[in-house]
Design a protein around this ligand. Structure first.
Ligand SMILES: Cc1cc2nc3c(=O)[nH]c(=O)nc-3n(C[C@H](O)[C@H](O)[C@H](O)COP(=O)(O)O)c2cc1C
Length: 133
């Protein structure tokens, strides 16, 4: 099982509806491919964790890398994990500033990353959630 965490910047042309659509499509596809993870968007940047079988993840990430809807992709962590560290659920969809859950974003994110063994990755997500409050 492989796990990757990356950040990137949204293309300027992207509306919040576009991002919601992107996330819904990605969540559906990830469910089929048995990829779990977490996806956050703060209005300008994405922070995403994906985990799954290594070959499947490679293909997914190759598609993500060539996606024109974002740029400046930076891999923050890429490692083998013994077991899934995110719930076996479709990827969560974005918490944005106008999402009612955003008032509670830090708590939502904290509980989503509670099982992450990589403490740095955990800090990235919690820090990101704190920043967009
Ligand atoms: C920030 C960001 C995160 C994405 N995350 C995923 C993802 O987790 N899973 C996925 O299948 N596609 C994800 N996508 C979408 C892919 O880049 C791609 O558009 C999608 O998989 C469909 O690919 P296809 O048109 O070649 O079939 C993401 C795109 C962006 C910009």
């Amino acid at each position: 099982m492989h796990q990757i965490v990356f950040t990137s910047r949204a293309a300027r042309s992207l509306s919040s509806d576009d991002v919601a659509r992107l996330c819904d499509q990605a969540a559906l596809r990830n469910a089929v491919e048995e990829i779990t993870g977490l996806f956050l968007y703060d209005g300008a940047r994405f922070l995403s964790a994906l985990e799954g079988e290594v070959k499947v993840l490679e293909n997914t990430f190759a598609r993500i890398m060539s996606d024109q809807r974002h740029f400046g992709i930076e891999i923050l962590s890429s490692r083998e994990v013994r077991n899934r560290e995110f719930a076996r659920l479709p990827m969560s969809c974005p918490l944005t500033n106008d999402d009612p859950r955003s008032t509670n974003a830090v708590e939502v994110v904290k509980s989503s990353v509670a099982g992450l063994s990589d403490i740095k990755a955990r800090a990235y997500f919690i820090g990101f959630a704190k920043l967009f409050r």
